[in-house]
Design a protein around this ligand. Structure first.
Ligand code: PBG
Length: 335
């Protein structure tokens, strides 16, 4: 006879079979959790690979539309679209962003025509359009991003995106007071139904590297590192992140976002305890790239790590996850 411990409580009873494991599972990723992040550029023709993000491409407007239709078929209900603007169109003011016939307004229009129910989310920030790569207008004297002039510009940009058909506008710039200003501008222009998805707790993170490559803001900044620490949060500061997020709630944001996601699960969890708003997490380009890089070396199993990373983000409190994995996860959920 084997020795039997006197152990009335044995948690392994709940892990014995696939059936019992499924029944006690607390968190699951479904297609309703996923928001696809997509890049569009002003070129015709085939998709252009983003070197540091395997499987991610800069798409033509036509390619973007086809992708949105495919995503909609898979049940992915929202897309976040980021523009990659030709360098010769950039200037210090980001003027091209305000062209009603510009790339993003055209892209939004094309998606809304081809995939009407699809929720289109657009970034409200100037970095795709500025020759210096910063999210706002620079103050001539200090060289720093000028908060209040930038807020006024962002409010105009948000209205332009709403006019083009964006369902949710997403300020990703981290200026003070921009959610309130954008809400007022949208309402004054009769866009009372346009949502504001605020990048509420956005950190000055090195995980944005591949994204900056994809949209060309890194190239715009040249050889110097694009330092956004005067507006994005210090990765060391959790209390300050709560203040940022709660201020955006007070300014009537519809959704609050934490970004990056994986390395900031404490922020997500903490914010979940403090707000009743829906929470969005952005699994950023660097989180995607590092999973792919390790998988390429044969050091991690791509699908399993991908699924575990998303599950952890949901478990920490995210209602929705913006991710570059959206399509492949939606596909795998159908199998
Ligand atoms: C900038 C913006 C960034 C991302 C989304 N919007 C980068 C930055 O702040 O430089 C990063 C997304 C990612 O890394 O996937 N407005």
């Amino acid at each position: 006879m084997n020795e039997v411990l006197n152990l009335p409580r044995r948690l392994r009873r709940l892990r014995r079979s696939p059936a019992v494991r499924a029944l006690v599972q607390e968190t699951r990723i479904t297609v309703d959790d996923l928001i696809a992040a997509l890049f569009v550029h002003d070129k015709e023709g085939p998709p252009e690979a983003v070197a540091s993000m395997p499987g991610v491409f800069r798409l033509s407007v036509e390619g973007l539309v086809t992708e949105c239709q495919a995503l909609q078929k898979l049940g992915v209900k929202a897309v976040a679209v980021f523009p990659c603007i030709r360098p010769d169109r950039k200037d210090p003011q980001g003027s091209y962003g305000f062209d009603p016939q510009g790339l993003i307004p055209r892209a939004i229009g094309a998606i809304k025509r081809a995939a009407p129910g699809q929720i289109v989310i657009t970034d409200v920030a100037l970095d795709p359009y500025t020759s210096h790569g910063h999210d706002g207008l620079l103050n001539d004297e200090t060289g720093d991003v000028d908060n209040d002039r930038t807020v006024a510009a962002l409010a105009r940009l948000a209205v332009l995106e709403a006019k083009a058909g964006a369902d949710w506008v997403a300020p990703s710039d981290m200026m003070d007071g921009r959610v309130r200003a954008i809400r007022q501008a949208l309402d004054a222009a009769d866009f009372t139904q346009t949502c504001i998805l605020s990048y509420a707790a956005k950190f000055a993170s090195a995980y944005y590297g591949p994204f900056r490559d994809a949209v060309g803001s890194k190239q715009a900044a040249g050889s110097t590192y694009l330092d956004k620490r005067t507006y994005q949060l210090n990765p060391a500061n959790a209390r300050e992140a709560m203040q940022e997020a709660l201020l955006d709630e007070a300014e009537d944001a519809d959704f609050l976002m934490v970004k990056p996601a994986g390395p900031y699960l404490d922020i997500l969890y903490n914010l979940r305890q403090r707000t009743l708003l829906p929470l969005v997490a952005y699994q950023v380009s660097g989180e995607y790239a590092q999973i792919h890089a390790a998988a390429r070396l044969g050091w991690l199993e791509l699908d399993r790590v991908r699924d575990e990373a998303l599950l952890a983000i949901k478990r920490a409190g995210a209602d929705m996850i913006i991710t570059y994995f959206a399509k492949e996860v939606a596909e795998s959920l159908q199998r």
